[in-house]
Design a protein around this ligand. Structure first.
Ligand code: 4AD
Ligand code: MG
Length: 430
């Protein structure tokens, strides 16, 4: 019977054949222990010299790290084995003997590992992280589908910028100019006016010259957008969503969290509602903490975000930032032109901003004024203004950076491990 390692539990006492790679091998005299992996798990294959043919014994001996093979054996329950099962090998067919696999069980430097990212993905730690990433993606789809949202896919090639022009990736679109999407938001606003509640999940590109442990050049973003939704309702969706993905990871990825050594007591505290402070209060707080490099009106740097977040052991919303440090589409706080109805959600433990969101300007005249101020009166933004012209409604939305969320939930030192093939300032290989 063909089976994967995760399926062998269904065949105790029976014989299975598994397609696998050799992760490691030990031998002592007349017995060889093969540590096998197939992507679904690990299992030990035991080869007994007296019980297999000469050929099988010799083939097993020839196996090197990452050699590929089909292996047959009888499934035995073994409480001491990490997977709970063992394979008493009966047959073995080598697909390829791998020579000089570069990633050995010894320690390697980060640059070396990044150069071999295509192989590093096979290690159990990277596996656990990317499985948790997958769980967050699944929980995202479940949360939004269960709450009446429709997934709508915004374009990747765009003629306009959503988040300002400083970090746009430029490309040619035949004989015209185009950009890689920084955010699907503007299109999601159009979709919200058609469907009410929508969400997207897609890549975003930022040509940011930042070399930090929080920045990727290419990352994935989840962007919900809701019609008839104000700032307050927007924050409630965010805290419920973040609490839900953390709960799902705790419930379904216990082994993966253990494999990467994550302190789960910190995650168990993540439950809505989350605390909130205004930008005004945050500035005051930072001054009290002795930060003299920040004035009202400045955007926060990561030391500021970390100082604020350290004050709480759950994510915290910083609300109502100055209008001038935020995007053109954010709605001012009623009665106060200098701050907007927005929030950044800062993760605990120094992981920084995981969500940026806001209530959007729904007033046609104010939006026209912003078009003047931001020089948006070119044909590529015409359609966005029309959303305020034909049945405008209060609406809000947000964007969660997937890799930032993965880095925080997994407790990673650097965001690079949160992406299978990270694009960094100095790296587009492999
Ligand atoms: O705060 P940002 O720039 O907001 C937007 O793009 C809005 N249009 C979203 C919306 O309201 N629909 O980005 C949103 C999130 C950030 O909070 C962060 O988690 C992530 O995207 N992000 C990055 N993640 C990794 N590397 C980068 N360079 C990132 N830039 C933003
Ligand atoms: Mg932001």
């Amino acid at each position: 019977m063909n089976a994967t390692i995760s399926e062998v539990k269904n065949y105790v006492g029976g014989e299975v054949t598994i397609g696998a790679w050799l992760a490691n091998k030990r031998s002592s005299g007349k017995i060889q222990f093969l540590e096998l992996r197939d992507g679904t798990g690990f299992i030990q294959g035991v080869v007994l010299k007296n019980e297999v043919s000469e050929q099988v014994w010799e083939d097993a001996k020839s196996l090197t790290q990452e050699s590929s093979l089909y292996i047959s054996g009888t499934v035995r329950e073994d409480k001491r084995a990490p997977s709970g099962f063992e394979l008493t090998v009966t047959g073995l067919s080598v697909i390829q003997i791998a020579h000089d696999y570069p990633i050995t069980p010894k320690e390697h430097g980060v640059e070396f590992l990044m150069d071999h990212r295509h192989l590093w993905l096979r290690s159990s730690r990277q596996h656990a992280i990317l499985r948790i990433r997958n769980q967050i993606i699944k929980a995202t789809y479940d949360f939004f589908n269960d709450n009446g949202f429709i997934k709508v896919d915004p374009p990747i090639l765009t003629g306009s910028s959503a988040e300002g022009t400083t970090d746009l990736f430029h490309t040619k679109y035949f004989d015209r100019d185009a950009y890689l999407s920084q955010s699907g938001q503007l299109y999601m606003e159009a979709a919200a006016m058609a469907f009410g509640k929508v969400f997207s999940f897609g890549p975003a590109f930022r040509a940011e010259k930042s070399k930090t442990r929080r920045h990727l050049i290419e990352f994935w973003m989840i962007e919900p957008e809701m019609a008839f939704c104000d700032h307050e309702m927007n924050l409630r969706v965010q805290e419920n969503y973040v609490s839900y993905i953390v709960a799902q990871v705790l419930k379904n990825c216990a082994n993966d969290l253990k494999a990467i050594g994550r302190d789960t007591t910190k995650l168990e505290k993540i439950k809505a509602p989350f605390p909130r402070i205004t930008y005004d209060q945050a500035i005051e707080f930072l001054k009290e903490q002795g930060f003299d490099d920040i004035e009202w009106g400045d955007d926060f740097g990561s030391p500021h975000e970390t100082a604020i977040a350290e004050h709480f052991d759950v994510p915290v919303f910083v609300t109502e930032y100055p209008t001038k440090v935020k995007a053109f589409y954010m709605k001012p706080v009623p009665g106060r032109e200098d701050v907007v109805l927005c929030a950044d959600l800062l993760a605990p433990e120094g992981y920084g901003e995981i969500i940026g969101g806001s209530q959007r300007i729904d007033d046609l005249d104010l939006m026209k004024k912003r078009y003047e101020q931001f020089n948006l009166n070119d044909p590529s933004y015409k359609w966005y203004l029309e959303l305020r012209q034909y049945g405008t409604v209060p609406h809000s939305g947000f964007g969660l950076g997937l890799e930032r969320a993965v880095a925080w939930i997994c407790g990673l030192e650097h965001i690079r491990e949160a992406s299978p093939f990270p694009r960094l300032l100095n790296r587009i290989y492999p």
